[in-house]
Design a binder for this molecule. Structure first.
Ligand SMILES: Cc1cc2nc3c(=O)[nH]c(=O)nc-3n(C[C@H](O)[C@H](O)[C@H](O)COP(=O)(O)OP(=O)(O)OC[C@H]3O[C@@H](n4cnc5c(N)ncnc54)[C@H](O)[C@@H]3O)c2cc1C
Length: 449
């Protein structure tokens, strides 16, 4: 007998899990998640190494209480549901061999020694006059470089800390190695505005990502099923309507299929011929963020820092994750992860990417003298796709593929290459929220729990 579900989700990345949990537990749809690998979470997955719980690189939830993750738990999973988040401490900035408070909050803008008094006043004016009340929609197609150049002229900013700070802020919020001439100023300002509203800009799920992923899996299984090691070969479409999924020679019926695969790869499971040329081109041409991430299991505690750590040259982001949540490392030890956004051609070239790793390790010795002697283990990962789509002016939130196909009935998308604000996980989570709400509207459903 052919199996039948209300809804099939292809892929158990964080987008698929959040969508699946809300459809299954929140809306009461009989839901099936099919995941080709043996682990849940996709790029947000976790491994265990010598007693440490290690995320896939640096993995924070941006904008804390204002993040879509919190909304999904609070509003779409049921009244009593919430996700427990731990706030990161104050951010630090390593620039020119010195440590500074990184001005991510109004309080640190007042006190950081990174700016002199003139620069502090200039920066506060820019924040007040150009950022807080800015109309984001008008800035999506403007590049960060053009905007910074304009500000430099308008506020007569001298080369130096203010520019270094603005550039580092752009790279941090938009997760980029540079490319300021391509990054969308609207996405950057939207991020700063949300950060100011959220007060706390970065959080970490209590216990790490594993409990969050397991929690979502449990919710899906309350009214559905997850099958690991099950690769979907094809989403079956008849007369422009979704009718199910094919796995080998087996067919599973469903009138709704949500695809949680990065848009660049969806034609592995969807017949390209079914879509307009524009849509195919839009999906295939999306440029992901690439980067190099190194995790270190440290034999002993070497730092008390518990916030985001940034460096200007090379630009890196890092944190001592176990200072944020001590439960993820064995007692007395420390987990540290550093990430450098890197052009994809460098990531793909062994010699060049080894050089990046070497430079990161030199930087670590400068930032934390004696670091290398404390290393118990290290894992360097070179990723061609970190975030699914860099927030460039050509692929900002309004230009990426929509969460609902307007060509095939019953076909939806979730994940970090579709509509949704921000970067990476934020888009994955926001697109899940959008996808869930779109399905609710299309099926005229309300939250039942
Ligand atoms: C090193 C690193 C650091 C990061 N740091 C952060 C951070 O600090 N903050 C943040 O917000 N984001 C971060 N991100 C980005 C974040 O991890 C991703 O945005 C998010 O996990 C993407 O989720 P997704 O559901 O869109 O896709 P994915 O995680 O790619 O999930 C897709 C899933 O589909 C499965 N699949 C593919 N094809 C098939 C098929 N045919 N059949 C069945 N299953 C299939 C895959 O195996 C995978 O599990 C980071 C990413 C990396 C790699």
């Amino acid at each position: 007998m052919t199996e039948e579900y209300d809804c099939i989700i292809v892929g158990a990345g964080i987008g698929g899990l959040l969508t699946g949990a809300a459809l299954s537990r929140g809306l009461g749809l009989k839901t099936l998640i099919l995941e080709k690998t043996g682990v849940l979470g996709g790029r947000s997955g976790v491994i265990e190494k010598e007693g440490f719980l290690v995320d896939n690189g640096l993995h924070v939830i941006r904008y804390c209480k204002k993040s879509p993750t919190v909304t999904i738990f609070k509003k779409l999973l049921g009244k009593k549901e919430k996700v427990e988040l731990i706030n990161l401490g104050d951010a630090k900035f390593f620039s020119g061999g010195e440590w500074y408070d990184y001005p991510l909050s109004a309080a640190t803008i007042e006190t950081t020694t990174f700016f002199n008094e003139e620069e502090r006043e200039q920066f506060k004016r820019i924040l007040g006059e150009e950022i807080i009340g800015a109309k984001v929609d008008e800035l999506f197609d403007k590049s960060v470089k053009d905007w910074i150049d304009e500000m430099e002229k308008k506020y007569e900013i001298k080369p130096g800390p203010a520019r270094i700070f603005l550039e580092a802020l752009s790279k941090l919020i938009l997760v980029s190695y540079g490319n300021l001439d391509k990054l969308s100023m609207g996405e950057l300002i939207a991020g700063i505005q949300l950060g100011l509203k959220a007060v706390k800009t970065s959080c970490y799920p209590a216990g790490g990502w594993r409990p969050l992923i397991e929690n979502l899996a449990k919710k899906i299984e309350s009214n559905g099923e997850i099958r690991k090691n099950t690769k979907v070969d094809k989403v079956i479409v008849e007369d422009k309507k979704v009718v199910g999924a094919q796995i080998g020679d087996k067919t599973i019926k469903s009138k709704i299929v949500v695809v949680d695969i990065p848009a660049q790869e969806i034609f592995n499971v969807l017949d390209e011929e079914l879509f307009s040329k524009d849509f195919v081109e839009k999906c295939k041409s999306l440029i992901p963020t690439a980067g190099i991430s190194i995790d270190y299991g440290l034999k002993e505690k070497i730092s008390e820092l518990n916030g985001m750590i940034l460096s200007s040259d090379p630009f890196t982001m890092s944190n001592f994750t176990s200072n944020i949540d001590p439960t993820i490392a064995p007692e007395g030890k420390q987990l540290y992860t550093i990430f450098q956004p890197t052009p994809v051609d460098v990531v793909s070239d062994k010699e060049k990417s080894d050089e990046v790793v070497e430079n990161i390790e030199k930087l670590l010795e400068e930032m934390f003298p004696g670091f290398s002697e404390k290393v118990q283990w290290r894992r360097a990962v070179k990723r061609r796709m970190v975030d699914g789509a860099v927030p460039f002016i050509t692929q900002h939130r309004n230009k990426r593929p929509s969460v609902k196909s307007d060509e095939i009935e019953g076909l939806y998308f979730t994940g970090d290459t579709y509509n949704g604000p921000g970067t990476g996980g934020e888009i994955a989570h926001a697109s899940a929220e959008l996808c869930i709400k779109t399905i609710m509207k299309d099926l005229n459903l309300a939250i039942i729990k």
